[in-house]
Design a protein around this ligand. Structure first.
Ligand SMILES: NC(=O)C1=CN([C@@H]2O[C@H](COP(=O)(O)OP(=O)(O)OC[C@H]3O[C@@H](n4cnc5c(N)ncnc54)[C@H](OP(=O)(O)O)[C@@H]3O)[C@@H](O)[C@H]2O)C=CC1
Ligand SMILES: O=C(O)C1=N[C@H](C(=O)O)C[C@H](O)C1
Length: 263
C-alpha cells in the first residue's frame, strides 16, 4: 500500500516515516509539511541516514501518489488535508487532536467519500485501557468520584489531551451522561465542595513526557487508579500503520481504533 505522511518533520511524522520504511508491505510515496517548514525539499528519510527519493513537499497534489494519508499535524492542517484526500480519493488515518465540533463534523462528512480512521490515541495499550475504564465505570457507578489526570511534554498545544477527553467520554457514556454536562475542566480559588457525579480534569505539561493518563475512581476508604504510560511514540506509529492496513480497499466509512483492533 502506498502511504503519504503529513507533518513529515514533526515528532509523530518522523516516527511514522521510520515505521513505514521498516515495514515490508507499506511504501512511503509522499511526505507533506506546512508551507515554509524548514525541511521542505529534503529527502523524507534523510534523518534516518538514508534516501528514499521522496522529497518533503507542501503541494497537496502529491497525494495522487498515495492510497492512504496518515496525518498527525494540527486541526487546521488535517482539515485542509481532508479536503485534498476527498478530491483525490485517498483514505486517511487522523491522529491529530484538538478538533472542535465543526472539525469533527467535517471528518464525518468526508467519511461518506473516503475511508477514515480517527482516534485520539492509536496505541493498543490505551485502547485496551478504554475498555477497562468502561467496565470500571459501569461497576463503580455511584459513590465514586472520577478524576482524569494527564501529563505531556512542554510542546503539546491542546489540553486536556484527546486521550483524556476520550477517557472522560467513556466514563460519562457508561453513566448515561454527556461529558460536557458533568465535566469540571478547571478549579481555582474558592471552588466549594466537589459536586457528586462530576468528572474532574487535571493537566501537567513538562519536559519530554511522552504521555501519561490516569483515571481515579475515589471512594470512601479506597480508590482505584487505572493508568497508562507511554515511554515511546513507537506504539502510536505502529497503531497508525494497523489503521492504514485496515482501510485498504475501503471506499468510505468512519472508524475508530476500537474497531481496527477488534475490541
Ligand atoms: N492519535 C495519537 O495516537 C497521537 C496523536 N498525537 C497528536 O498528533 C498531533 C501532532 O503531534 P506531534 O507530532 O507531537 O506535533 P509536532 O508539532 O511535532 O508535529 C506537527 C507537524 O505538523 C506540521 N503542521 C503544523 N501545522 C500544520 C498545518 N496547518 N498544516 C500542515 N502541517 C502542519 C508541523 O510543521 P511545523 O513544525 O513546521 O509547524 C509539524 O511538522 C497533535 O495533535 C497530537 O496531539 C500525537 C501522538 C499520538
Ligand atoms: O501530543 C501528544 O504527544 C499526544 N497526543 C495525543 C492526545 O492528545 O491524547 C495522544 C498521546 O497522549 C500523545
Amino acid at each position: 500500500m502506498r502511504i503519504a505522511i503529513a507533518g513529515a518533520s514533526g515528532r509523530m511524522g518522523r516516527m511514522l516515516i521510520e515505521a513505514v520504511t521498516q515495514s515490508t508491505d507499506l511504501k512511503l510515496t509522499a511526505a507533506l509539511d506546512i508551507a515554509g517548514a524548514p525541511m521542505l525539499g529534503q529527502d523524507a528519510t534523510a534523518f534516518l541516514g538514508k534516501l528514499s527519493g521522496v522529497l518533503i513537499t507542501d503541494q497537496l497534489s502529491a497525494l495522487k501518489q498515495a492510497d492512504c494519508l496518515i496525518d498527525f499535524t494540527r486541526p487546521e492542517g488535517s482539515l485542509e488535508h481532508l479536503k485534498a484526500c476527498v478530491t483525490h480519493g485517498v483514505n486517511m488515518v487522523i491522529g491529530t487532536t484538538g478538533f472542535d465540533d465543526a472539525g469533527k463534523a467535517a471528518i464525518s462528512e468526508a467519511a461518506k467519500s473516503v475511508g477514515i480512521v480517527f482516534a485520539p490515541n492509536m496505541s493498543v495499550g490505551v485502547n485496551a485501557t478504554l475498555k477497562l475504564l468502561d467496565m470500571a465505570a459501569r461497576i463503580l457507578n455511584s459513590g465514586y468520584d472520577v478524576e482524569v489526570f494527564e501529563a505531556h511534554h512542554h510542546h503539546k498545544v491542546d489540553a486536556p489531551s484527546g486521550t483524556a477527553l476520550k477517557m472522560g467520554e467513556v466514563v460519562a457514556d457508561a453513566w448515561g451522561k454527556k461529558l460536557d454536562d458533568i465535566a469540571a475542566w478547571t478549579r481555582h480559588g474558592h471552588t466549594g465542595a466537589r459536586k457528586p457525579g462530576e468528572i474532574g480534569f487535571s493537566v501537567v505539561r513538562g519536559g519530554d513526557i511522552v504521555g501519561d493518563h490516569t483515571v481515579y475512581f475515589c471512594g470512601v476508604g479506597e480508590r482505584i487508579e487505572i493508568t497508562h504510560r507511554s515511554s515511546s511514540r513507537a506504539g502510536y506509529a505502529e497503531g497508525s500503520l494497523r489503521a492504514a492496513r485496515y482501510l485498504e480497499g475501503k471506499k468510505s466509512g468512519l472508524f475508530n481504533m476500537q474497531t481496527v483492533l477488534g475490541l
